[in-house]
Design a protein around this ligand. Structure first.
Ligand code: ADP
Ligand code: MG
Length: 473
């Protein structure tokens, strides 16, 4: 039943909202009409409690009638969840950060940040039209980098193609989750529609649903004709196409469109050869056009996607400010995909709204903690610290090791000493030796001084935090 509750939540709230808030929600126990759920962070707990408790309760009730209450706890702390009954969850007297959130904002963050996802799933009606296109997912908002340049170029050419016949038919894009397939498909759909072409965009689910429905109402023929009467068919996530008769229909549809010179664009999480569920002939047809892979986002691309996202959000929330240090940290920490980057921006915004304060390195870290892959802590070398700090402050490593005492060199030298003390197990005398043969009291002085300055100067604090994290991953 729990799996069904989660599926329902995903369907009702949309993929992005679900991934941001509910992907890590787990059921711990059900007792006496109370379902106890857990999440990995306190932040997620308070967010779900303040925004989604009724939703979760009602969804749960729909599956398991006896459930009357929901409790949310934080995993791994051992602390018992503070019980909050759904429906009376709103904090009573208006005080504290939660109250501020309710007072100032209510639906701001989610509505403003992820309208797209909700819109995407909103139309679950029974007509035979396609899934609506998400207005946000256009070529204009797509950031191009090394890993997706080819896919993007092919998508644009297909979308803007004029005249008879089709280019690369089908265009087949494949990539892991969150790498921009759906975004490109919607971009193609928008551009082709603007050019006056008849476009249908369908997810695999929607394609199957359409068929099952059509079969039920004995309008399968009409459905097929409708599909075949268009200029461009876009099919997302074809790896989910299941069921013998539907696969057969899928094959017929693709063949008919391609044979008639209509453009077909397909996306999947794997190359056509690995679509085991599909018939060999359908697979080879799918692979018979242009197959392009989008590979993992490199760091430069992550930084660009993140800053594009941040400025879009900032346009809607002028008070929301994220320092370049925090942005760099997030783009370095979240290596997996665009969806997690987007999730991270949602979290930062929610955090800022909840607490009414600027996003610091600390709050950023706790907000995105569960999106960051756990990695083995790394052995850090003093030499690497010196190199990194030098390049960050535009001096050379030999400046840092030298006797020079100009402020431009002293400060990075002291920061490097401080980082050597906190990030390595070296003793003060050892660190002194590695910094051009200095005395251990010099090192101690530098460590104390930086410690003190970090306490007083938040910008320096963030800067040092950023350096730490750059060294740690
Ligand atoms: P996929 O369909 O491959 O799982 P999506 O297209 O849904 O991935 O992308 C996930 C999120 O990341 C979306 O919000 C999307 O807008 C964003 N995204 C991914 N790649 C890019 C990009 N190159 N430029 C801008 N946004 C991107
Ligand atoms: Mg997708």
């Amino acid at each position: 039943a729990w799996a069904r509750v989660k599926r329902r939540l995903r369907a009702e709230l949309g993929e992005d909202v679900f991934a941001s808030w509910f992907a890590r929600l787990e059921l711990e126990a059900v007792a006496g009409g109370t379902a106890r759920l857990t999440v990995p962070t306190r932040f997620l707990k308070s967010w779900i409690e303040s925004h989604y408790l009724d939703r979760v309760l009602n969804t749960f009730k729909a599956e398991v009638e006896e459930i009357a209450r929901i409790e949310v706890g934080v995993r791994g702390t051992g602390a018992p969840a503070r019980p909050v009954a759904a429906g009376v969850a709103k904090p009573g007297p208006a005080s504290g950060p939660l109250a501020r959130l309710h007072a100032t904002s209510a639906p701001i963050p989610i509505a403003a940040v992820a309208p797209a996802a909700e819109a995407r799933n909103a139309d679950a009606g029974g007509d035979l039209s396609g899934t609506p296109l998400d207005a946000r997912l256009t070529f204009a908002s797509f950031v191009i980098g090394r890993s997706n340049a080819l896919a993007h170029a092919a998508a644009e050419r297909v979308a803007n193609h004029q005249g008879e016949g089709a280019l690369y038919n089908p265009l087949y894009l494949h990539a892991g989750v969150g790498l921009g397939k759906t975004h490109l498909l919607h971009g193609i759909g928008h551009a082709a529609r603007e050019a006056g072409r008849r476009v249908i965009y369908l997810t695999a689910d929607r394609f199957m649903y359409g068929f099952v429905n059509a079969l039920k109402t004995q309008s399968a023929l009409a459905y097929k004709e409708r599909l075949r009467g268009i200029d461009l068919l876009i099919l997302d996530d074809v790896q989910f196409i299941q069921g013998k008769s539907i696969q057969a229909e899928f094959g017929h549809t693709i063949n008919a469109l391609i044979d008639a010179g209509r453009q077909v664009v397909v996306a999947s999480d794997r190359p056509p050869t690995e679509l085991e569920a599909l018939d060999e002939r359908v697979r080879s047809r799918l692979g018979g056009g242009l197959v392009v892979e989008i590979t993992a986002l490199d760091e430069a691309l992550r930084v660009s996607i993140l800053s594009a996202r941040l400025s879009a959000v900032r346009a809607a929330h002028p008070g929301f400010d994220v320092s370049p240090q925090v942005a760099t940290y997030v783009a370095r920490a979240i290596t997996a995909n665009g969806r997690d980057l987007e999730g991270a921006v949602n979290r930062l915004l929610a955090h800022a709204t909840l607490t009414g304060t600027a996003v610091t390195m600390e709050t950023a870290e706790s907000a995105i903690r569960d999106l960051v892959k756990n990695r083995e802590p790394k052995r850090i070398k003093i030499e690497d610290i010196q190199k990194l700090v030098a390049s960050r402050y535009n001096v050379s490593r030999s400046d840092i090791l030298s006797e020079r005492r100009t402020a431009a060199v002293v400060k990075p030298r002291q920061i490097a000493m401080y980082l050597s003390k906190v990030l390595t197990l070296r003793s003060l005398p050892e660190i002194g030796r590695r910094f051009g043969g200095r005395d251990h009291t010099t090192v101690l002085h530098a460590v104390r001084k930086i410690e003190k300055q970090i306490g007083e100067d938040a910008v320096l604090g963030d800067e040092v935090e950023l350096l730490k994290r750059m060294l740690q991953d």
